[in-house]
Design a protein around this ligand. Structure first.
Ligand code: NDP
Length: 497
């Protein structure tokens, strides 16, 4: 069973565990109680550049890109089996790094194994297609090839899940990669590299650098030997990655934030709407890119719905990852806690009505963690800071609408477009609204489920490209057209003099 490495040799380069070239390390601290979790190597640009050279060599030698896609799929299936075998170890490491409840980390591990299984089965199913040339004397096909060397940069909220969404399709397609997880939550990425090696991944194919975005991450966007940079994180960083990647015209895949509407019509089942509104925003203390942070509720149901959401929000039990009574946990860091609180103060200053929360919970057991109370801010206005900006915390804002057109207009009035929910008992209305929402995922009478076989990604400024599904594999493939003339001979395009 893999163990998180405490010896601070946590860079995985060319199949070896090595320290940072300059010997720097970083302590990983549990956000729930401030305890030291582990110490990891702090990579600098030189470490990442070495990893890029290794991944380039491993790509060019064809030991992975030249294998059959079926064999690559088999490796992913073995990875899924090991993830199931070592689920408890992985889940514990994820909870210590993020502070999230153990049970949620366990759900995540199931989803991660399912992701590897999905791409393991998809690999080799679609090598390309024959194209009708219109002539018996020519044959033409479009074949799928790996993109090459992939740089992957991932955030802290679902650390290994976000990694899996990139690593599994990249390996299925035959690429080599360098992964840079969030500096705050590297433990499960370290475990994954051990699992990949155990499953038989050749040395140099997958490489890991633990460190900051500015130092260890940036070369993955800038370096000419990176063919694709795939980034999940905030909009501001995504814009920066895009700009850094532009001079080398590499492929850029971006999964960015969201300001996700949850539209509740007055004909919805009341208890269901309450329950899902709470889960949509307060799951993992709102640190979810698809969190239903904007409740958009029809006038007739507004007062009763908001009263009940406030009453229930005040009962949510907060605690650490191993507290079996806890229903939600801490925020990731003191900086993030401050950011969430600043957001709330700004929302209230511009006229939002604070119905509950808006501060840290009181009590000794919360003193060393970054906890924040579930917060509800009513009567926020379209175009206001509270509606435009992501809080990425346990903060629900409430807007009202009159009719269907009004609901769609308000829900689409954001530069983000990641996900949204619609609650109604009228199936035809649900479909009409779903079709008009400019968001990459729409849930009807539900919130948050996703499937590895269905594409995930953002409209508008929520991103570029898709993860999961067939398109998620396509991100890591190049299409090549191969045309063969079966009866070659002079064409006499130019006359002979
Ligand atoms: P950030 O954008 O701050 O960081 C994401 C990753 O980018 C981290 O690994 C970070 O490194 C790295 N990074 C930062 N600066 C650079 C740089 N100059 N060059 C290269 N890499 C860099 O996001 P957070 O980690 O704060 O995550 C939260 C955000 O992610 C939210 O906005 C959320 O909406 C979004 N998100 C989107 C998802 C989606 O599927 N659309 C899923 C999950 C989150 P470092 O370790 O130094 O922070």
């Amino acid at each position: 069973m893999p163990q998180a490495d405490n010896s601070a040799s946590t860079l995985f380069i060319d199949g070896e565990w090595v320290p940072a070239a300059d010997g720097r390390t970083r302590q990983i601290i549990c956000p729930a109680d401030g305890q030291l979790v582990t110490t990891v190597s702090e990579a600098g640009a030189a470490d990442t550049e070495r990893a890029i050279a290794v991944a380039r060599r491993a790509y060019e030698d064809g030991a992975w890109s030249g294998t059959s896609a079926w064999d690559r799929g088999d490796l992913l299936l073995r990875v899924a089996d090991i993830l199931v075998r070592d689920k408890a170890e992985y889940a514990r490491a994820e909870s210590l790094d993020t502070g999230k409840r153990l049970v949620e980390s366990e759900y995540d591990m199931d989803d991660i194994a399912a992701c590897f299984r999905y791409f393991g089965k998809l690999a080799g199913q679609d090598a390309g297609r024959l194209v009708d040339t219109g002539s018996p004397d020519a044959i033409s096909r479009v074949q799928h090839e790996p993109v090459g060397v992939c740089g992957m940069i991932t955030p802290w909220n679902f650390p290994l899940l976000q990694v899996a969404w990139k690593v599994a399709p990249a390996l299925a397609a035959g690429n080599t990669f360098i992964l840079k997880p969030s500096e705050l939550t590297p433990s499960t990425a370290i475990l994954l590299m051990k699992t990949l090696a155990e499953a038989g991944m050749p040395a140099g194919v997958g490489n890991l650098v633990t460190g900051t975005g500015a130092e260890a991450g940036q070369p993955l966007a800038e370096h000419p030997d990176i063919d694709l940079v795939s980034f999940t994180g905030g909009l501001h960083t995504g814009r920066k990655i895009s700009a850094l990647a532009a001079p080398t015209v590499k492929k850029v895949a971006l999964e960015l934030g969201g300001k996700n509407p949850n539209v509740v019509f007055a004909d919805s089942d009341f208890d269901t709407a309450v329950d899902f509104a709470l889960m949509a925003i307060f799951l993992h203390s709102g640190q979810v890119c698809s969190a239903g942070a904007r409740l958009i509720v029809q006038d007739e149901m507004h007062d009763a719905l908001v009263d009940e959401i406030v009453r229930r929000a005040e009962q949510i039990r907060i605690g650490g990852p191993f507290d079996s009574e806890a229903e939600t946990g801490p925020l990731i860091s003191p900086e993030h806690l401050r950011k969430v609180d600043d957001y709330v103060q700004e929302a209230v200053a511009e006229g939002g009505v604070l119905r509950t929360g808006g501060k840290r919970p009181e009590g000794e057991r919360f003193a060393n963690g970054h906890y924040y109370l579930p917060t509800v801010i009513d009567e926020v206005q379209q175009g206001s800071y509270a509606v435009i900006e992501e809080s990425f915390g346990p903060v629900l804002t409430v807007e009202r609408f009159t009719d269907e057109d009004d609901a769609v207009r308000i829900a689409n009035d954001t530069h983000y477009g990641l996900a949204g929910g619609v609650f109604t008992s009228d199936p035809a209305k649900a479909q009409r609204v779903a079709n008009r929402l400019r968001h990459g995922t729409v849930w009807i009478n539900d919130f948050h489920p996703y499937l590895p076989q269905a594409e995930w990604g953002g409209h508008k400024q929520s991103g570029i490209g898709r993860e999961l599904g067939r398109a998620g594999l396509g991100e890591y493939q190049e299409a090549k057209h191969v045309y063969q003339n079966l009866r070659p001979g002079p064409q006499h395009w130019f006359s002979e003099k």
